[in-house]
Design a protein. Structure first.
Length: 148
């Protein structure tokens, strides 16, 4: 539970201000509101319809990030008859890796979406911004790799 919701905000502010040396750094109040959202409130407890959109957006962005960062599947090459045993071992490892990638691609965004539903909105905002920048970064990296 958030310290701001438990009315411990004044105590927290005074403890922070006791540690700070410079007077211009001292905090007077903590305002959890950002663009109409209370960042210390969870969508599960808000009971407002637009708070329920945050976990959905977070799950979608996590899916897009996972899809952008997954390596492309390697093309399948036909092996010579002598290499059949090696190929069978590689296929087993390849199948396991494919299953794990598929599971991560779908289960991870659902899990993060659930966390975004049950944890404060500020954490979801952090995840969303991080996901957007990660997607942009990976796309820029792929463009540079394709140019070279």
């Amino acid at each position: 539970m958030s310290l701001l919701l438990l009315n411990h905000g004044a105590k927290l502010i005074s403890e922070i201000n006791n540690v700070l040396y410079f007077p211009f750094l001292k905090i007077t109040t903590i305002d959890p509101w950002f663009f109409g959202f209370n960042l210390a409130l969870t969508p599960a407890k808000s009971k407002l319809w637009f708070y329920y959109l945050i976990p959905v957006v977070t799950g979608i962005l996590q899916y897009l990030q996972t899809q952008a960062t997954m390596p492309a599947p390697a093309p399948v090459k036909e092996a010579a008859k002598d290499d059949r045993q090696k190929e069978e071992k590689k296929d087993g490892a390849s199948d396991f890796q494919t299953a794990m990638n598929t599971q991560m691609k779908y289960m991870f965004p659902l899990m993060i979406g659930y966390f975004a539903y049950s944890l404060p909105v500020g954490l979801s905002l952090y995840w969303n911004i991080f996901s957007i920048f990660s997607i942009i970064q990976y796309r820029q990296m792929k463009k540079k790799q394709n140019i070279k």
